[in-house]
Each structure stands twice: as structure tokens, then as C-alpha cells.
Design a protein around this ligand. Structure first.
Ligand SMILES: [Zn+2]
Length: 258
């Protein structure tokens, strides 16, 4: 394997990912050592909050333009270094830019090809798609370091179509989001959902497959490498099916023995 060590950086505001459990999950599959650490922001340097605030995006229909943050925005990021739960609204960040800023927090000693770093974050990472000229929320920014956005896991794959129809239909009558949420409860992931750890396993597998083979995804909706655009597909592939397809089982064997 290209990787000989994996370091997982926790997102303590989302304990449902169960970082220690995820470490054990990886150690059972791959012949590598796994270490878990606190949130990557704890390793911030002086200008990290400013650099992070510069990654914010405001116009989904336009490719990245470096944001000139206000003092308040920088202060928010400074407070975030110590407490990531201090987030009320969902803020969108350019995923690749954020990845670059955070990758600078890895020490030179550990910035090596054989050490694979995974940062869990509750920040919503987005990438600009040149196909439809707009930003989309992403759960995974695959690289080394890899970013896995817990907010992206919840917000990026779409909820059932009927959920949105109901929201729109009720809009004119005065919306009651809570009752609609209740109606569809269980069909999509919510914040503080106990299924998050299981789903995070799938994203970890995608990140490692991408690093080892250059190919993160599978076309088979019954495989954990399936790139789910809908919550239903995400839950089906990661929880109901909960396995790799035959083809990826074989590739996994090759990765492990290479
Ligand atoms: Zn597959």
C-alpha cells in the first residue's frame, strides 16, 4: 500500500461519527496503523482563521472569488478554533481552497506520501461544477489530506423529492418545516443521527480507494463506493447493503497486498 499510516482528526461537535470506532474499522480492513487526534483547527497558526474566512462563498453561480472577510468573520473563525460547535447558520466554503489552507497545518515531518490524513469538519465544503456552472455541497474532498464534511454528509445528498414538494406545497399555507420533517423522518440523515458513523465509514473507504487507485467511486448502487446524490441511495449503500461490490472486493485485496 501507498499508505502505511492513517491519522483521523476528530470533529468533536459531531460525536456521532465516533472517531475511535472509525479508527478500529480501518485497522480491521487495512494493514496500517491508525491514530486519532483532536480537530485539525487545534493546530491552527495565527493567520489560519483569516485564511479560512477567505474561503467562504456567497454566490453559488460563480466560480471562486477570494473573499475579503470582515473582522467579525475572522473572529468567528478564531472562536471556531476552540469550539467548532459554535455555529448557528450553515456557512459554505470552497472545499479545495479550504483543503489547501488546512493542509498547511500538517507538520513537515508528517507531510509525507505514506501518511494519510483525514480531517473531519462540520464546515460545509462545496465545489464548483463546470458542467452546470454552480457550486454543490460535497461530503468528501478527496486528496491527502482528505476533508470529510459532516454537514456535507447531511446536506449534500438530496432528501426525497416528495419532501421538497411538501415544503413547497405548504409554503403558501404558512410553512411548518417540523411537521414535514417528522413525516419523512428516517428517510434521510439528520444532525446528531446515530447512523453517521456507519455512513462515515463509506466516505473513508472512498477517500482511501481514491488515494490508492485514483478512482473513488463505483457505479453499483449496492457498493459502499457508490457516489450517492440522494439520501436514500446513501443510506441504502452504506447501511442496508453495507459492503463492497465483487469488483471492489478484488481491488481491495490488490490494494492490501500491493
Ligand atoms: Zn464497487
Amino acid at each position: 500500500m501507498r499508505i502505511s499510516k492513517i491519522i483521523l482528526y476528530d470533529e468533536p461537535s459531531v460525536p456521532e461519527i465516533q472517531i475511535t470506532r472509525l479508527g478500529k474499522f480501518l485497522e480491521e480492513i487495512f494493514p496500517v496503523a491508525v491514530e486519532t487526534r483532536e480537530n485539525i483547527l487545534k493546530f491552527s497558526v495565527k493567520d489560519t482563521p483569516l485564511k479560512i474566512a477567505e474561503c467562504k462563498i456567497f454566490n453559488l453561480r460563480r466560480d471562486f472569488e477570494k473573499h475579503n472577510p470582515t473582522e467579525e468573520e475572522v473572529l468567528f473563525e478564531e472562536l471556531n478554533v476552540n469550539d467548532t460547535s459554535n455555529t448557528e447558520n450553515i456557512i459554505m466554503y470552497d472545499g479545495f481552497r479550504l483543503q489547501k489552507v488546512l493542509s498547511n497545518l500538517i507538520s513537515e515531518k508528517e507531510n509525507k506520501e505514506n501518511i494519510f490524513h483525514v480531517f473531519f469538519t462540520n464546515k460545509l465544503t462545496c465545489t464548483f461544477d463546470c458542467g452546470d456552472y454552480r457550486y454543490h455541497g460535497r461530503a468528501l474532498i478527496g486528496a491527502n489530506p482528505t476533508l470529510i464534511s459532516t454537514t456535507g454528509i447531511i446536506e449534500a445528498p438530496a432528501k426525497p423529492k416528495e419532501y421538497y414538494y411538501d415544503l413547497m406545497a405548504n409554503f403558501t399555507q404558512g410553512i411548518n418545516v417540523e411537521s414535514i420533517k417528522k413525516k419523512y423522518q428516517g428517510t434521510y440523515l439528520e444532525y446528531n443521527d446515530s447512523r453517521l458513523t456507519k455512513v462515515a465509514e463509506g466516505y473513508l473507504l472512498q477517500a482511501i480507494f481514491y488515494y490508492e487507485t485514483g478512482e473513488p467511486f463505483c457505479e453499483d448502487s449496492g457498493c459502499r463506493l457508490f457516489n450517492a446524490h440522494w439520501q436514500k441511495d446513501l443510506l441504502d449503500s452504506q447501511i442496508k447493503m453495507n459492503k463492497l461490490c465483487d469488483c471492489h472486493q478484488k481491488i481491495l485485496k490488490q490494494i492490501i497486498t500491493s
